[in-house]
Write a protein that binds this ligand. Structure first.
Ligand code: GDP
Ligand code: IMO
Ligand code: MG
Length: 428
C-alpha cells in the first residue's frame, strides 16, 4: 500500500523537515499526524531557512496536498501566522487541509503549560511552552475543543463555558493567575474560525478515498521515538504518539496502508529539555557538535544537549516503529572531529544492556560502552554518492548500518535539499 511514515529515531530535531521536503515530491499527500507547534522543521527554500511548526514540510510542492491530521493539536493563531509567512514567501497554502477532529490549543493551555513547569522547579520537563501537554490532557479527559467546534458558536460557547468552570479555578486558586471569560476568548477565536474554515476536512475519509484512488501518502512525524508518550523516556516526553503507530491513529487510516517506515537519525544525537541522556557530552567534542551542528532549537532557540550516536536507542527505534530504512543526517558535522565514538551498549551495576532497559531507573544510571572510529577530517558537503565519501565516513555508515540491522538508505551531508546521498531509497 502506498503509505510511508517518516519518523524521528532519537529525541527530535533529526532533520525530518529536510528529508520530508526531499522525498515529498514522490507523494500526493504529506500529513502531520501528531504534535503541534512544539515541532520545528527546517526546510531551505530559495536559499534561506524556513521553520515550519505546524504545516507539513511537503507544502513547498504545488502538486502536494498538505494535511494536519486529527491527532494534532492546533494553535489557530500560530497556524494563521504560518500561513501568512508562507504566502509572503510565495508558497501557496490554498491546498492545506486541517482535520475537523484536531484539538484546539486554547489560551489557558499556554498558561497552564508555563505554570506547571514553574511549579515542578528543578524537576521541570523543559517543555516548549506551547500548551501541548495541557491540550492533550483535555483531549484525554474529554474536555477538549475541536476545530469543528469553532464553526458552531453555540456549541463553542457551551464547551468553553464548561472548560472555563474548571480552568479558571485552577488558574486562580492553584496558580494565582488571571482567569478568562467566554466572551473574551470568543472575540479572538471566532475570527480565526472564519479563516480556518475553508481548509477543514474529514481527514480519514479524504485519505481513504485518496488511497482507493492509488494516491501516495507521506506521514510526517514530529518529535522523535524517545519523546513518544508511551515509548519514550517518560515523563520527559511530549504528550502524543510520535512513533509510527501514531500515523494510523492520528489520521484514520488502517495499518495495512503503511508500506515503509523511514527513521531519521543524526550521525550523533541531541536532546532539548530535561531527561536522561546516556551519551551526553560536556567536553570539547560536545561543544564542537553543538557549534558545528548549530544545535539551537528551531522552536525555542534553546541550546540542544549533544552527545555521541547511541546505537542502542536507534535499535530501539527500529523495533518500536518497525523501521524499514534509516536516514543518517548531519554526517558533515562529524568532519570536525579527529575520532568519533559510537555507543554500542550500556553497562549498569555490572550488567550489559544491548537494548533500552525496561526500567527507567536503570536507564537513568547506565554508562555507555563506546567503540571509537577514526574521523575523516575533510569536507564532505559536496559528496553526492556513497563512493564520493572518504573511506572512514563509509566505514562509519557501514558500522551504524550493522548496529541498526536495517539499511542506511539516505545520508545527508548538509542542510540543503541537494546535499544528500540517495543510497538505496526508492519510494515506489
Ligand atoms: P527536525 O525537527 O527533525 O525537522 O529538525 P530541525 O529542523 O529542528 O533541525 C535540524 C537542523 O539541521 C536544521 O537546521 C536543518 O537545516 C539542519 N540539517 C538537516 N540535515 C542536515 C545535514 O545533513 N547537515 C547539516 N549540517 N545540517 C542539516
Ligand atoms: P521536532 O518535531 C525536540 C521536547 C521538549 C520537551 C518535551 C516536551 O522539531 O523534532 P512539549 O512542549 O512537547 O510538551 O515538550 O519534548 N520537544 C522536542 N524536542 N524536537 C521537537 O520537535 C520537540 N517537541 C517537543 O523540549 O523536552
Ligand atoms: Mg526540530
Amino acid at each position: 500500500m502506498p503509505g510511508v511514515v517518516l519518523v524521528g529515531a532519537q529525541w527530535g530535531d533529526e532533520g525530518k523537515g529536510k528529508i520530508t521536503d526531499l522525498i515529498a515530491n514522490d507523494f500526493d499527500y504529506v500529513v502531520r499526524y501528531q504534535g503541534g507547534n512544539n515541532a520545528g522543521h527546517t526546510v531551505i527554500h530559495g536559499g534561506h531557512k524556513l521553520a515550519l511548526h505546524l504545516i507539513p514540510s511537503g507544502i513547498m510542492y504545488p502538486s502536494i496536498t498538505p494535511m494536519i491530521g486529527n491527532g494534532c493539536v492546533v494553535d489557530p493563531r500560530v497556524l494563521l501566522e504560518e500561513i501568512d509567512t508562507l504566502e509572503a514567501e510565495g508558497i501557496s497554502t490554498e491546498k492545506l487541509l486541517i482535520s475537523g477532529n484536531a484539538h484546539v490549543i486554547m489560551p489557558y493551555h499556554l498558561d497552564l503549560d508555563g505554570a506547571s513547569e514553574r511549579r515542578l522547579g528543578n524537576n521541570l520537563i523543559g517543555t516548549t511552552h506551547r500548551g501541548i501537554g495541557p491540550a492533550y490532557q483535555d483531549k484525554a479527559s474529554r474536555m477538549g475543543i475541536r476545530i469543528q467546534d469553532l464553526f458552531d458558536e453555540h456549541i463553542f460557547r457551551a464547551k468553553l463555558e464548561a472548560a472555563l468552570l474548571e480552568k479558571n479555578d485552577i488558574l486562580e486558586k492553584v496558580y494565582g493567575l488571571p482567569t478568562y471569560t467566554v466572551d473574551q476568548i470568543c472575540e479572538t477565536y471566532l475570527p480565526y474560525a472564519e479563516r480556518i474554515n475553508p481548509h477543514v476536512c474529514e481527514c480519514s475519509q479524504t485519505l481513504n478515498a485518496a488511497l482507493d484512488d492509488h494516491k501516495w501518502i507521506l506521514f510526517e512525524g514530529a518529535q522523535g521515538t524517545l519523546l513518544d508518550i508511551d515509548h519514550g523516556t517518560y515523563p520527559f516526553v511530549t504528550s502524543s504518539s510520535c512513533t509510527a503507530g501514531g500515523a494510523t491513529v492520528g489520521t484514520g487510516v488502517g495499518p495495512k496502508t503503511i508500506d515503509k517506515v523511514l527513521g531519521i537519525a543524526k550521525a550523533y544525537i541531541t536532546r532539548v529539555g530535561s531527561g536522561p541522556f546516556p551519551t551526553e557530552l560536556s567536553d570539547e567534542a560536545g561543544d564542537t557538535l553543538t557549534q558545528v551542528g548549530q544545535e539551537f532549537g528551531t522552536t525555542t532557540g534553546r541550546q540542544r544537549r549533544s552527545g555521541w550516536y547511541d546505537a542502542v536507542i536507534v535499535r530501539y527505534a527500529v523495533a518500536v516503529n518497525g523501521l524499514t530504512d534509516l536516514c543518517i543526517t548531519k554526517l558533515d558535522v562529524l568532519s570536525a572531529l579527529d575520532t568519533i565514538k559510537v555507543c554500542v551498549a550500556y553497562e549498569c551495576d555490572g550488567q550489559i544492556y544491548k537494548t533500552v532497559p525496561a526500567s527507567q531507573t536503570v536507564f537513568h544510571h547506565v554508562k555507555p560502552i563506546y567503540e571509537e572510529l577514526p574521523g575523516w577530517k575533510t569536507n564532505i558537503t559536496h559528496c553526492r554518492s556513497f563512493s564520493d565519501l572518504p573511506h572512514e565516513a563509509k566505514d562509519y555508515i557501514d558500522f551504524l548500518e550493522d548496529l541498526a540491522g536495517i539499511p542506511v538508505s539516505i545520508i545527508a551531508v548538509g542542510p540543503d535539499r541537494n546535499q544528500t546521498i540517495m543510497r538505496r531509497w526508492k519510494t515506489r
